[in-house]
Design a binder for this molecule. Structure first.
Ligand code: IPE
Ligand code: IPE
Ligand code: MG
Length: 246
């Protein structure tokens, strides 16, 4: 794979991606939807490698949303099987490439076998200090905010915290991966212009980038295009341009 380092441009530290368009990619080729999901795994590998080369520190991929259970049973079953086989196969490569894997989301809904594989894979790569790859599985932004609210409510009931003292920092610290900075760049492939219950709290000030390319066709060229676009943006966080330029 050719590696073009985007020279001296500001690289996003944390990139979050909604990998969308697998089903349409397959249907366009007269294939069943699951062929698209399988092809999508190849894209994950490429995107992971390019992010590592470019110096991205954290990559968060939306693999299965809390709403995706609403899909036909056969597709859900197939996605679970693919998650298992892809994880089983790729985790050794991750270990070799110094990638640390973390699954975010409510994994208690998965089979015991898959939960065990998730725990084993996280453990196997736990000492790696290269790219942190977060795979969002049975994840929903509203789920995350709700579970955070539950933790804070429990602390309040236990008398550890007064409701009027709850801060945005307390809330952020109760979300499911509080040790990671908010995404700098959000990418969605597949042409839809929506967030689909991904990282709701964490994307408050994230730069958004959308493309029509279906996920299996996405690759280094488009990823670098998104990075280049990001590098040219001015992030103001509520301030005015002159303050940011100072
Ligand atoms: C994204 O591709 C993968 C998952 C949601 C698991 P889709 O399966 O949503 O593909 P389209 O949007 O139907 O083309
Ligand atoms: C979002 O894609 C979830 C993932 C990519 C895992 P969907 O294809 O499920 O999103 P909607 O339902 O079209 O918004
Ligand atoms: Mg979709």
């Amino acid at each position: 794979m050719p590696s073009r380092k985007t020279s001296r441009e500001r690289i996003p530290e944390h990139v979050a991606i909604i990998m969308d368009g697998n089903g349409r990619w397959a249907q366009n080729r007269g294939k069943p939807r699951h062929a698209g999901h399988r092809a999508g795994v190849e894209t994950v590998r490429e995107v992971m490698e390019v992010c590592g080369q470019q110096g991205v520190r954290i990559l968060t991929l939306f693999a299965f949303s809390s709403e995706n259970w609403r899909r036909p049973k056969t597709e859900v079953k197939m996605l679970m099987e693919l998650f298992f086989t892809a994880l089983n196969r790729e985790v050794r490569r991750m270990k070799k490439r110094n990638v640390r894997l973390r699954i975010i989301g409510d994994i208690s809904a998965f089979s015991n076998k898959l939960q065990k594989l998730i725990r084993d894979s996280e453990r196997l790569t736990a000492d790696n200090d290269g790219l942190l790859l977060q795979v969002a599985a049975n994840y929903g932004g509203r789920w995350d905010i709700t579970q955070a609210a539950r933790k804070l409510a429990a602390r309040a009931v236990a008398g550890e915290l007064r409701p009027e003292d709850i801060t945005e920092e307390d809330m952020a610290a109760s979300l499911s991966f509080p040790d990671v900075p908010d995404p700098d760049l959000f990418i969605r492939t597949g042409g839809e212009m929506r967030i689909s219950n991904f990282l709701l709290w964490q994307c408050a000030y994230t730069e958004l980038w959308f493309c029509d390319t279906l996920w299996p066709d996405f690759g280094e060229r488009e990823l670098l295009e998104a990075f280049h676009d990001y590098a040219g943006r001015q992030r103001r966080f509520g301030r005015i341009a002159e303050q940011v330029e100072e």
